[in-house]
Write a protein that binds this ligand. Structure first.
Ligand code: FES
Length: 158
């Protein structure tokens, strides 16, 4: 996990993104590479990318904030994404989300005090037939209820 004290230098950011400079439409691959490397988009990346790709800083910022997957804050060791789209809502997703947040003592985008889990909303995981659904560290899980969610979280908090 990266904190502000460990913010990468301009040179380090350039080292991560430069190999992708020859791609057509390199901004998204560069952002993914940065997030894969640091777990977030470092604060100093916006001017580096804007300069490198001849874009305005606002444009780069706009892309980062448009895609929910990019984040500018560190996460816990595990990321739980709970579906908040319609099919899941109609199957009790809201109540499940509320109970999960309460149990973990966090709000959306929050991280548990032990640093284990960050909870984020997501809007459809393509698992509507098995609603309500969530994704834990990239693994999708359907037909969730409070009990199953508790077991899922116990796995990663043990
Ligand atoms: S609405 Fe939740 S998986 Fe599609």
């Amino acid at each position: 996990m990266l904190d502000r004290a460990q913010a990468p230098s301009t040179e380090e950011i350039r080292e991560v993104v430069m190999p992708l400079a020859g791609l057509e439409g390199p901004l998204l691959p560069m952002l993914h590479a940065l997030q894969d490397t640091y777990g977030l988009i470092p604060e100093g990346a916006v001017p580096v990318l804007a300069d490198l790709l001849n874009l305005g800083r606002a444009e780069v910022h706009g892309v980062i904030s448009f895609y929910h997957d990019f984040r500018d804050h560190p996460t816990g060791r595990h990321v739980l994404k709970i579906c908040r789209a319609e099919a899941c809502q109609s199957m009790g997703g809201n109540a499940l989300a509320a109970a999960t947040l309460k149990k973990l003592g966090v709000d959306w985008h929050g991280t548990t005090a032990d640093g284990a889990v960050t909870v984020e909303p997501i809007y459809c995981l393509g698992l509507c037939a098995c609603a309500p659904a969530a994704m834990l560290d990239g693994r999708v899980v359907g037909r969730l209820d409070e009990d199953r969610m508790g077991k899922l979280l116990a796995e990663v908090r043990a």
